[in-house]
Design a protein around this ligand. Sequence first.
Ligand code: NAP
Length: 281
Amino acid sequence: MTAKILDGRATAAAILDRVREDVTAFAAAHGRVPVLATVLVGDDPASHTYVRMKAARCAAAGMRSRRLELDASLSTTELVARIRELSADPAVDGILLQHPVPAHLDERAAFEAIDPAKDVDGVTRTSFARTAFGEGGFTSATPGGILALLDAYDLSVAGKHAVVVGRSPILGRPVGMLLLARDATVTTCHSRTEDLDAHVARADVVIAAAGRPALIRGAWIKPGAIVVDAGYAGNTGDVEHPAAADRAAYLTPVPGGVGPMTIATLLRQTVEAAIRHESTR
Ligand code: NAP
């Protein structure tokens, strides 16, 4: 079998076309465009690249981004204060804190300084809880992007066995909750899981989200499975490509799979935040 490629780039472009239309309608109604504030701490080159890409997509969709670049030496208290200022600023609709932040900072405290109404990256406890209870709100951007990609290809997970490899609060756990809400039977694996290969081999749907290049061997994949590779380390995913393509029915490429879907979800949620923001003024 040669897997059909789940094209995140093309799917994200289609979503961003709709976002652009929504931005045009929003601007006509409210005389302004949605504003996304991005917060970058320190000088990690990869983080700079991600923030630049997000700002460029924002501009292409007709939105404004406001960039806050902070010195790596700042304290958690200072970072929290700067994010609270953005939360209180009526000119800002959405806030993205690029993560990971430098190790001396309390990332969770910084996330929690984001007003849940502006949490377009879906990182706060409030957004996590709303996802867990199926109450809408903003989903964590990468899990939301993964589900949107499956939807674009009409791939139902209902009744299927989904194995998620990774349990981080921004990726593994929320993607598991979203799959459960779609009636998948979900197994979550992590660094202490025994016999990872046996779990993956039973999966109709694999979500690889460990950040360990080529951890998931092609030979483990159940023939006909849907394989989503969210891992990203220097253009290498968590799945052994192309060996996995010989067994899977559907596979996301790296790059060009989950990454563009994450940004599309972030921007879609920014327009949604702006619309809600205007409705509460
Ligand atoms: P993270 O916070 O470091 O979490 C990694 C998870 O993988 C942890 O739960 C860890 O288990 C698990 N893990 C590590 N080694 C493992 C192993 N050998 N076997 C099984 N599980 C293992 O990372 P993250 O933020 O969730 O990101 C995961 C990956 O997704 C990274 O490559 C990241 O770059 C990528 N990512 C991509 C996008 C995108 O837009 N494309 C967005 C976000 C993240 P423990 O909990 O036991 O430590």
